[in-house]
Ligand binder design. Structure first.
Ligand code: PLP
Length: 348
């Protein structure tokens, strides 16, 4: 498909537009243009990735630096740099870890991974005390969907229109952006979508200013459809920062409890302190059954993500939820733990 049709674009896609062309044409630097061309020649082209905007040679703190030496404040950064780029302490801890235990094969454990899981359960608090790591957020979403199926015996999932939970087949099946599913054929069965609690054609808020009626769609689908095992949503929609009310989330929690539906909160972009709480659900005074985190969890340095759930769901020991080669990545966990060296007297 040479030209991406407009209806296939998501709101994040600026790469295949006249604005990107215009930006590229302003770059009067042969070396940059040559690198952009080599990139276009060697990488498989895909949406939101190619053609590239520019080429980088450095990143530090809040800045990215292009190959002409110009620095830009990065307000986007794919949500991985809560700590800024190249935080010296994260680099130090990861370097030390690389020299001691660079890789931990599956079926073994290591001190750094255990400490990291312990710390994670501590900041989650409540009943969230069981962890599985994975190399990326999408993989964690997949593990969460599998766990919910296993626990409830129900394979059906409710998600939100316009949501994004990753680009693998299972994640696009539950995702709410149709552009990601276009042309992909049959996907995971049993996904129902409801409208998010956002302004769409003036529909929100209602006259009393409440968004709670959006939660009622969930109960409607659960009752009409039957067999729903999980509801998955971001606590706060990241891409355009849509923040539902506490009342909305309390009602969602209540509906899930009433119908034995597991609540999966995808906090992959917004977790790890971005909302002012460690995790968005904490601001809403609820607790999910399964929490998904990633992105900035790895200190902006190492790809690592995690699923956190409760002891009472620790019942799937006979099946493989996430059989990932880099499951207990010591360097990923060293990066994730590094900030606590400064925040507490515990030395990591
Ligand atoms: C809400 C949400 N969920 C899941 C993912 C997927 O995470 P990853 O790219 O680490 O697989 C993303 C990535 O943008 C995301 O924003």
């Amino acid at each position: 498909m040479a030209d991406q049709a407009t209806h296939l674009r998501s709101e994040g896609d600026v790469n295949n537009t006249p604005a990107r062309e215009e930006w590229n044409q302003q770059i009067q630097d042969d070396a940059t243009q040559a690198l952009l061309q080599r990139d276009a020649d060697v990488f498989l082209h895909q949406s939101m990735s190619t053609p590239c905007l520019d080429s980088l040679e450095g990143a530090e703190g809040i800045y990215i630096q292009d190959t002409r030496g110009k620095r830009y404040m990065d307000f986007h950064g794919n949500n991985v740099h809560q700590l800024g780029y190249a935080h010296p302490h994260v680099i130090k801890r990861v370097t030390e870890q690389m020299h001691s235990l660079p890789f931990s094969p599956r079926r073994f454990t290591n001190e750094t991974a255990v400490k990291c899981a312990e710390k994670l359960t501590e900041i989650c608090g409540g009943d969230l005390n069981r962890v599985l790591f994975a190399p990326g957020g999408t993989s964690v979403v997949g593990m969460a969907l599998k766990l919910a199926r296993y626990i409830t015996g129900n394979y059906k999932v409710v998600s939100l229109w316009d949501s994004f939970h990753g680009a693998s087949l299972d994640a696009i099946s539950v995702g709410g952006e149709a552009c990601f599913r276009e042309g992909m054929g049959p996907l995971m069965a049993g996904v129902e979508r409801i409208p998010p609690a956002v302004s769409y054609r003036g529909a929100f808020p209602s006259q009393d200013g409440s968004d709670v009626h959006y939660a009622d769609y969930l109960e409607y689908v659960i009752e009409k459809e039957g067999g729903i095992g999980a509801f998955i949503a971001e606590g706060v929609r990241n891409t355009d920062v849509q923040v539902p009310s506490k009342a909305y989330w309390k009602r969602i929690r209540e509906i899930c409890d009433k119908h034995n539906v597991l609540l999966i909160i995808d906090d992959i972009p917004n977790g790890m302190g971005r909302s002012g709480e460690w995790f968005t659900y904490q601001a809403f005074d609820i607790e999910p059954d399964i929490l998904c985190i990633g992105k900035g969890f790895g200190g902006g340095l190492v790809p690592i993500a995690a699923m956190v759930t409760k002891d009472k769901y620790n019942t799937a020991a006979e099946i493989s939820l996430g059989h990932y080669t880099h499951e207990k990545s010591a360097i990923g966990c060293a990066a994730a733990l590094a900030p606590w060296k400064r925040l507490s007297k515990n030395s990591y």
